[in-house]
Design a protein around this ligand. Structure first.
Ligand code: ASP
Length: 372
């Protein structure tokens, strides 16, 4: 499998903030070619990794979780985005995480369709894939889109063709035994003969999914489910990735927020990063990750920036089918936020739970701040 790695030495030298942050002087021969740095202030950040809770749950075949892997790699000097992609790859490959990559819960036709985006702060570049079938590691394909093309987003069969051309292994079916069994169960439950009098097939499909969550067959986190992971190294370099199998039993071809910049992920190399899990449509309507990063730019703390975005989603949710008896949004959505100094927050529209972090103190699960 082709695995384009980080950006080149030439790109690195061009990245003034990276060199400044590392305390590196530009080689004399290059000095004239570099833009005048307006007072090079060494920027020191507290290295930190933040992710959805599944980032400190799965290990695939190894000893480390996603956040531990990212922290280890970036502090050893690996490229910041390569480190993040190496971390989420654990979740993509682990069939136990039924919300990401191999073994992700499939679409309504039983086909695993994956979405992913990556964004590299110092390079100011990004790549995405949507509705990709047959490749276990869509985040690495998104990185190849970023490195090898002049484009940002490739979709469907053409994204798969691109991946094949880049040397990725293409498989016929990314279902694990568990994801296939859950899909078959869902099909059985949505047989209209079991629901006399019901006349809204989409609603039946949703209720059946929720029934499976209540019965403990599907982790609520995985019915939607995704991994978002963002990291900042000691030089203040920031990168992020969001990778997912998307909404369980989705209409084939449905693309969620994860591969859409500003929605499922946004990184500004000077400011911070934000990414999301949960109801993608609510996020797409509000481009909330972009809003959060802009809030950080205006000086808000990660917590205030995230809560402001969650309130925006609440204000813009007015359809009765999306409201509970108290008139509040009835779905879940969560954001994972990191600023350039290494400060972080996890915010959720409703409910509790934890997000994952890893700093020099090691990995930790930290409670979300909840709006409702
Ligand atoms: N946001 C993802 C989507 O809508 C799913 C999730 O994170 O739960 O596809």
């Amino acid at each position: 499998m082709s695995k384009p790695t980080g950006y080149s030495r030439r790109d690195f030298i061009k990245t003034g903030s990276a060199a400044a942050g590392l305390g590196l002087a530009a080689p004399a021969a290059l000095a004239g070619a570099l833009p005048e740095a307006p007072g090079v202030i060494p920027r020191r950040s507290r290295p930190a990794v933040v992710s959805s809770g599944n980032g400190h749950q799965y290990r695939h075949d190894g000893d480390l979780t996603c956040v531990e892997t990212v922290f280890q790699r970036m502090t050893q000097g690996d490229d910041i985005l390569d480190s993040v992609i190496a971390g989420v790859r654990i979740n993509e490959l682990d069939p136990g995480d039924t919300s990401v990559g191999y073994g992700g819960l499939p679409n309504g036709d039983g086909v695993v369709q994956l979405d992913a985006s990556v964004m590299h702060g110092p390079m100011k570049r990004a790549g995405s894939v949507a509705c990709l079938e047959g490749v276990r590691t869509p985040a690495a394909v998104a990185r190849a889109v970023m490195h090898e093309t002049d484009h940002h987003l490739l979709v469907g069969p053409d994204a798969q063709r691109f991946a094949r051309n880049m040397g990725f292994t293409i498989e016929d079916d990314l279902n694990s035994d568990v994801s296939r069994a859950r899909w078959l169960d869902w099909r059985r439950r949505t047989d209209p003969s079991r629901w006399p009098g019901e006349d809204d097939p989409q609603r039946i499909g949703f209720l059946s999914g929720m029934e499976m969550v209540e019965e403990g067959l599907i982790d609520a986190e995985h019915y939607w489910g995704t991994i978002n992971c963002n990291a900042v190294n000691a030089a203040g370099e920031i990168a992020g990735c969001t990778t997912t199998s998307g909404l369980a039993w989705k209409i084939p071809g449905r693309v969620g927020d994860s591969p859409i910049l500003g929605a499922g992920l946004y990184v500004d190399g000077e400011v911070g990063a934000a990414g999301s899990t949960g109801r993608g449509e609510a996020n797409l309507y509000n481009l909330t990750s972009f809003l959060i990063v802009e809030n950080l730019r205006r000086g808000m703390t990660p917590l205030d920036a995230g809560m402001d975005a969650i309130r925006r989603i609440q204000q813009n949710t007015i359809e009765p089918r999306l409201l509970n008896e108290q008139g509040e949004p009835n779905f879940g959505i969560r954001f994972y936020i990191l600023n350039a100094a290494g400060e972080h927050a996890g915010v959720t529209l409703r409910g509790g739970g934890n997000y994952a972090i890893c700093t020099e103190n090691g990995p930790e699960m930290v409670p979300f701040e909840s709006l409702l």
